[in-house]
Design a binder for this molecule. Structure first.
Ligand code: ATP
Ligand code: MG
Length: 605
């Protein structure tokens, strides 16, 4: 490819909407163009990168025996109604783009394909003899993200590899899950990314487990907690740890005490001269279920701990049937305005006790008349604790469950694990924290979709059973940008050879110099013939501008047909190390071939 013929435009300034380095660089270097909010065009250089990543993904998937296919992006609403996800996806979460066709039929643009693939499985899988089977595709997905940002990291149209496997039983599912774990690790290693596989939240679906693959980078939206021994890593949404031991309380007699201006635990502990581990704090939440039911929740948790809202959300989802609902559509700490809608009288905020009366809730059809009271494990064993007195400006001291307060029936584990906590697998290890970009997620789904949609098979004994299912996603376009986030410098992108759009760029410093042009043309042809993907910078720009652009777009090897050609040599500059050296023109092909081979083989090990 000749740069003179490519629509190749680099920008000197960072785009105004770009916050992180990889986004700035990809726009400035002419890889992507923003078309609308969360909508990007992949220009020729980007498309080559995406093709390379797709090919690596494809090779690793095929090696496991999975088969590539292509499913429709337009999906009929009926399928989503069968699985029970239409309303949540179009209304509650609103993540799915939907439309009405000329026949007044509802359709959606696929954000994911469980419904489509389960329909196919239902219609085509009859017998255990056909199992296991695993289909995948590499395709554009559509999601109406609340906050599209960071370029390709969180866009509304993006490329994903998604795969779905079907099994007779959990054991077979687990085997494929393990195969995917290895395949994903191989993919990311081959893309030269530094990553970590972490335990992930499986959400309301439950299932036997899920793993996220995180590319480690400061710009990551996720927090990973891990231990140095390599035996534990989890998304903070899911992470567990051992809380510090509680200090013994000195408040041995039960009393109500005036504690003015102590809405926060910190102020309270200062006035009482006690540890937050001796306090039971009572946190208010409001959940809205999919049937419109509003439920007020009171979580009692130890004063030094924080509620993990993802864990809370999962617990509340498990309780959905209590409120004749299926899922939650909103969960939040109610704002003063939200409180006004349901409170019968002013709440003693900051001084709430675990037994705050249900009469604070105004009778209303939409609002459940009783608080849902949950207690976190950290608060269960506390003795002689401090907690609110249900009266502004007062707390009670020396309180005990069973004596002064009824212990809530529902005991949950919903505390947030934190950096510095002792690890569960080995208390001598403490949790460390890192930022990560989630590039892949593998998931044991079980029979959620097959049951909802009636996808069954006949066992060897002739019985009908729902299919066991797994799903596996990897963000192809997100990987491309994550790679840049992990590898750049002040001059631009530094692509790893494996996914660089080109391996080499031949730069002609002065295109008016016939000899320079001749040598460059020859090398350009020979390198490409030898399988070294090479681009020729034959534009009539100043040499300095060309070098700058070559650095910005991040091609691993730059070959300059400058002064040295008089001695039968060219200058080679390595983008990553900035190292430069001269080599004989007729050795360029063999030397570069070897270097590229070496770099790729390291990644294959
Ligand atoms: P996130 O928590 O980042 O929104 P997700 O859990 O919704 O991700 P999955 O549904 O598991 O993601 O999709 C599989 C993969 O697709 C993700 O691991 C990620 O790499 C990619 N992906 C998801 N949403 C986006 C997006 N809006 N833009 C780009 N890539 C995405
Ligand atoms: Mg998402």
């Amino acid at each position: 490819m000749r740069l003179s013929q490519m629509l190749f435009v680099t920008l000197r300034d960072d785009p105004a909407d770009a916050e992180i380095p990889s986004h700035k660089l990809l726009v400035r270097a002419g890889y992507i163009r923003r078309i609308g909010s969360g909508i990007y065009a992949y220009l020729p250089l980007m498309w080559r990168v995406l093709q390379k990543i797709s090919q690596i993904v494809r090779e690793e998937m095929n090696a496991t025996g999975a088969m590539e296919c292509l499913l429709p992006q337009l999906q009929p609403a009926e399928l989503w109604k069968e699985s029970g996800r239409w309303d949540t996806y179009t209304k509650a979460e609103g993540i799915m783009f939907s439309l009405v066709d000329r026949r007044e039929q509802n359709l959606a643009l696929g954000p994911t394909h469980e419904e489509v693939i389960t329909t196919i499985a239902r219609d085509t899988i009859r017998s255990y003899r056909q199992l296991p089977v695993h289909l995948y595709q590499i395709q554009t997905k559509f999601r109406d993200e609340i906050r599209p940002r960071f370029g390709l990291m969180r866009s509304r149209e993006f490329i994903m590899k998604d795969g779905y496997s079907f099994h007779t039983d959990e054991e077979s599912l687990k085997k494929t899950y393990q195969d995917m774990y290895s395949a994903y690790s191989n993919m990311l290693r081959r893309c030269a990314l530094q990553f970590r596989a972490v335990e992930a939240d499986s959400g309301a679906i439950g299932g036997a487990g899920s793993t996220e693959f995180m590319v480690l980078a400061e710009a990551g939206e996720d927090q990973v907690l891990y231990t140095d021994d390599g035996n534990y890593a989890a998304n903070v949404e899911k992470a567990v740890s051992l809380p510090d031991d509680a200090e013994t309380s000195n408040f041995i007699t039960y009393e109500k005490r005036e504690t003015p201006n102590t809405e926060t635990i910190e102020k309270l502990c200062k006035i009482l001269d006690c540890s937050p581990t001796q306090v039971v704090k009572n946190v208010l939440y409001q959940a809205v279920y999919d049937n419109g039911a509003n439920v007020l929740i009171l979580v009692s948790i130890r004063g030094d701990q924080d509620v993990n809202e993802v864990k809370l959300y999962n617990e509340l989802t498990k309780l959905a049937s209590t409120y004749k609902a299926n899922t939650i559509i909103a969960l939040e700490v109610p704002s003063p305005e939200a409180q006004e809608k349901w409170t019968a009288k002013a709440l003693p905020l900051g001084y709430i006790a675990p037994d705050i009366g249900d009469d604070y809730i105004k009778p209303s059809k939409q609002i459940h008349p009783k608080f849902l009271r949950l207690v976190d494990k950290t608060a269960v064993d506390l003795k002689n604790f401090v907690t609110g007195a249900n009266e502004s400006g007062y707390h009670v001291l020396g309180a005990n469950w069973g004596e002064h307060f009824k212990l809530p029936e529902i005991v949950v584990d919903i505390r947030t694990a934190r950096i510095g906590d002792r690890a569960c697998h080995n208390p001598e290890q403490t949790l460390k924290s890192a930022r990560g970009i989630e590039v892949g997620h593998i998931f044991q789904l079980g029979s959620k979709y097959s049951q909802a949609m009636g996808a069954t098979y006949t066992t060897e004994q002739g019985k009908d059973k729902p299919l066991e299912m797994g799903c596996y996603g990897v963000g192809v376009s997100r990987i491309a940008q994550a790679a840049v986030e992990q590898s750049y410098d002040k001059d631009g992108i530094i692509w790893p050879v494996a996914i660089a759009p080109y391996h080499a760029i031949v730069t002609i410093p002065n295109i008016k110099d016939a000899q320079q042009v001749e040598v460059a043309e020859k090398l350009y042809t020979e390198l490409n013939q030898a399988g070294i993907e090479t681009v020729l910078d034959d534009r009539s720009e100043r040499a300095g501008a060309k070098f700058k652009d070559a650095d910005l777009i991040g091609i691993p090897y730059r070959i300059v047909t400058g002064r040295a050609i008089a001695e039968g040599k060219v200058e080679v500059v390595e983008r990553k190390s900035s190292e430069s050296y001269e080599i004989a023109i007729d050795e360029v092909v063999s030397i570069l071939k070897q270097k590229i081979k070496d770099q790729l083989s390291v990644l294959m090990e």
